[in-house]
Design a protein around this ligand. Structure first.
Ligand code: ZN
Length: 369
């Protein structure tokens, strides 16, 4: 089906797997409405866990307006222990409500304060590991005779139309793109918006950007784009090798290539797709080590200084907050982390299990070992 795939065994029987938009075929019984107070308590607990591993700020790459309102309540109760940049998720799927209807229920772009702010809108154009849109066919043929190139989850015309509409309304756009052909499509959409009015300087984003090609870099630079990269390869390397082949898998999230091409990169984890521990992620990008497939293309590793920069100053830049946080100096927010070992000098693989001794957000101790 368009934008989705229904999994089958080689003999044609259904195997129970629904990929991307094929999930739209299933309606689950409505869940009981959660108790609002319990939702806030759970969130506060979750944020405390993040603090304990040294997180002082997070960015949600695409969530519903209801969740934003819940975080707002937590903030108003004085219980927020980390700063949140919230990106709203645009409606997706075949029967999605028109974008304009959804926008009417959202907070305003940029609304908020130092603790919680609306950072933009997230769109998507392709699937994930098993559906990233590729220029070349997948290694595993999925019973389609080696012609499967992944899934485009939105028609091209509609994507471009939505991007232009969001730009007209002043929204900053961030788009999920995994495969190289997905990045082609995102760049086409962003260039169309840029032709209406320049987007350079607005810090639009490509989320994930797993498989950039050389011809993408100058186009990204011309639009002033940033890329966010996460350590999917760290946990999923064996699957990526199986789906995409060893060469493409090894090229996944080539942060060295991005930085060398002058494209700013912010590093994160894509939790809950990848476990959220930031130290696993820092280990991965500085070594290209994975959990169960060894080291993949170590030439794409970055230095520890570059990795630290990518989770502090670069991330603050991505969210237009580089004047307030991201460096430790007079006049900046007192957000800081004390680690048990020296982050720049300890011996590999020390980062992977780094102990956090103290986390401070806005001058207040939010975690102490
Ligand atoms: Zn995504």
């Amino acid at each position: 089906m368009p934008g989705g795939r229904i999994g089958r065994y080689p003999d044609g029987r259904l195997n129970g797997e629904l990929v991307d938009r094929a999930k739209d075929l299933v309606t689950l019984p409505p869940a009981a409405p959660p108790d609002p107070a319990a939702v806030l308590d759970e969130m506060a607990e979750e944020y405390a866990a993040l603090n304990s591993r040294g997180l002082t700020s997070i960015r949600y790459p695409g969530g519903p307006p209801e969740q934003y309102r819940a975080i707002e309540q937590l903030r108003d109760q004085g219980r927020l222990t980390l700063r949140v940049n919230y990106v709203l998720r645009a409606p997706r799927g075949a029967n999605a409500q028109p974008l304009a209807d959804a926008l009417a229920t959202w907070p305003e772009m940029g609304e908020g304060d130092d603790w919680l702010r609306v950072g933009g809108v997230k769109l998507g154009v392709d699937g994930g590991f098993e559906g990233g849109l590729m220029r070349e066919p997948y290694e595993e043929p999925w019973g389609e005779g080696g012609t499967f190139r992944g899934l485009q989850t939105v028609p091209t015309e509609r994507f471009i139309e939505n991007v232009r509409e969001l730009h007209r309304r002043g929204w900053r756009v961030a788009t999920h793109a995994v495969g190289d052909a997905a990045i082609d499509l995102v760049l086409d959409g962003y260039e169309a918006a840029n032709a209406d009015a320049p987007i350079d300087g607005l810090r639009w984003v490509i989320e994930h950007g797993f498989l950039p090609r050389d011809d993408h870099f100058p186009r990204m630079r011309a639009l002033g784009l940033s890329v966010t990269a996460q350590n999917h390869l760290y946990v999923a390397a064996p699957s990526l090798v199986k789906y995409w082949g060893a060469q493409r898998a090894a090229w996944t999230t080539p942060v060295r290539a991005y930085l060398d091409a002058g494209i700013p990169v912010s590093l994160g984890t894509d939790s809950p797709v990848v476990p959220w521990d930031p130290w696993w992620m820092l280990h991965h990008f500085t070594t290209r080590g994975t959990i169960s497939a060894g080291v993949l293309d170590p030439s794409q590793s970055i230095t520890r200084e570059e990795a630290l920069e990518a989770v502090t100053r670069s991330y603050a830049h991505l969210t237009f907050e580089e004047e307030e946080k991201g460096t430790l100096e007079v006049g900046m927010a007192a957000d800081l982390v004390v680690t048990a070992d020296h982050v720049l000098e300890c011996e590999d693989p020390c980062l992977e299990s780094m102990q956090v001794d103290l986390t401070v957000v806005g001058g207040r101790i939010v975690y102490e070992r």
